[in-house]
Each structure stands twice: as C-alpha cells, then as structure tokens.
Write a new protein. Structure first.
Length: 105
C-alpha cells in the first residue's frame, strides 16, 4: 500500500496539502488522493476569500483556533500547503481519521 503524503509531522504541529475547489455549493473537507486532502469552498477565489474560508474550515476540522492554521504555499493555486500548530500526534490522528486509514509516514 502506498504511503499517504497528504500530511506530515513537523516540529510543533503538522503540514497538510489540500486541493481546493472554490464556488462549491457548500463547504466540505475530506480525503482526496494520497497526495492531498480535498476541500470544497462556497467562497469565490477572489481577494483571498477562498483562502480565509479554507483556514476557517481546516481549523474547524482539526479542532484548533484559526490562528493555529497558516497558509505556507499556494496562495493563488488550487494546490495549497498549510501548517497547523499544536500537538503533532493528536493532529496526525485527526488527519488519519479523515482518511479512514493509518498513515505510514
């Protein structure tokens, strides 16, 4: 089985990769491919609205404050990388539960 690379532990938290679809009918966050999570956002990709909506959605899904989620790459791209600060072990557990399978890496 191939390792899931959608997230990886970092000092003080984890980094996740997310593929965003803006202007969806409603917000949703789920497993995507082994390389990234999938996020559907109702917000348009204009003036940072989709990025703000993504940060709020990721914070909600991982049970952290919005200030704990930082966009570190992909500001204008559909593929984004975010850092979530907190207990890396707990955050990895949440990421694994979103995929429904163990993470090998």
């Amino acid at each position: 089985m191939r390792a899931i690379e959608a997230w990886r532990a970092r000092s003080g938290g984890i980094e996740i990769a997310v593929r965003v679809t803006a202007r969806a009918s409603r917000d949703a966050f789920a497993a995507g491919t082994p390389e990234h999570f999938a996020a559907r956002l109702a917000a348009p990709p204009v003036d940072g609205a989709a990025n703000e909506a993504l940060i709020a959605l990721v914070a909600k899904m991982f049970g952290v404050a919005k200030r704990a989620v930082t966009l570190i790459a992909g500001e204008t791209s559909r593929l984004k990388r975010l850092r979530i600060t907190g207990d890396a072990t707990a955050l990895e557990g949440i990421a694994a539960s979103l995929y429904g399978s163990p993470h090998d890496g």
